[in-house]
Write a protein of this length. Structure first.
Length: 281
């Protein structure tokens, strides 16, 4: 009996020991699993941030390139002679980016009031919208120039063939509105022809039989929408000072209402400075 009791006790102890060992093993395994899962989730949270930071460092954001009207001495364009001083004070008023339904009629009315002729550089896709205004400009004795069909810098300056094609398209539009006998070889580059990067475009334009003209004076109306009249006049006075011949850049696009409003004062100032007025043709 005693031996049986002892055996039972041994078996119980062995079972308890076995259960304890198994329990320890299970606890260890579970602890390892929990640690692994937690560690893995932390890595997943950290890695994307590190990867994103690394990517930001390795990939540089390209600089946005914008072409803004600049006031520089014009390059060797066909009309370079007009900038030379000859003892006479001459102002060439020019308007880009039109026509527009709201501002072009006001500008035409002011020019008619003062009996002054100007030069309008027409955008082809705007001419399609307002062909009657293009006709009015020509009928009133103003000069018509080509300012490209699309006026899309990224498109037209992608290569010289695209540029010439866009200029030719505008020329075709102008002829369709003004008649097949209408002809102009006068072009103004969107943004101006300044700079070495546009040299191939200038050469291609000349080879295609066109001539281009820039400016040496401006009101600064391209620097924003509806700039105050007082600021436009201040810019004009500053940029006109000391010059006999001024080719003045302005715009008759629909967002340039203050340009139309400022025009009478622009003309009055130039007249007070003894300028006469001519067109580019």
């Amino acid at each position: 009996m005693i031996n049986l009791e002892k055996r039972k006790k041994r078996r119980i102890r062995k079972r308890r020991k076995f259960v304890l060992i198994i329990s320890v093993i299970v606890i260890v395994i579970l602890s390892c699993l929990i640690f692994y899962i937690n560690s893995n989730s932390k890595v997943k949270k950290v890695l994307p941030t590190n990867a994103e930071n690394s990517l930001k460092k390795s990939v540089k954001t390209p600089k946005k390139v914008t072409l803004k009207p600049k006031l520089k001495s014009p390059t060797a364009d066909f009309y370079k002679h007009i900038y030379k001083s000859d003892g006479h004070k001459i102002a060439y008023l020019s308007f880009d980016d039109g026509p527009s339904a709201n501002n072009t009629p006001l500008i035409l009315k002011t020019l008619d009031k003062y009996n002054i002729k100007a030069t309008f550089f027409i955008v082809g896709n705007m001419a399609i919208k307002y062909p009657d205004l293009v006709k009015k400009e020509l009928a009133a004795g103003h000069s018509i120039g080509n300012h490209s069909y699309s006026h899309n810098y990224n498109y037209i300056y992608s290569n010289t063939n695209t540029f010439i094609s866009d200029i030719n398209k505008c020329d075709t539009i102008l002829k369709s509105i003004l008649g097949s006998n209408f002809s102009t070889k006068l072009v103004r580059f969107p943004g101006g022809s300044f700079g070495g990067k546009l040299k191939p475009f200038r050469e291609s334009l000349n080879s295609a039989g066109y001539n281009y003209v820039d400016w040496n004076d401006l009101t600064g109306d391209a620097e924003g929408q509806n700039i105050p009249v007082s600021k436009l006049l201040s810019n004009l006075k500053k940029n006109t000072e000391g010059k006999d011949h001024v080719v003045i850049l302005m715009h008759d696009f629909f967002t340039k209402s203050t340009t139309a409003q400022a025009l009478p004062q622009v003309i009055e100032y130039l007249k007070s400075q003894k300028y006469s007025f001519k067109t580019l043709n």
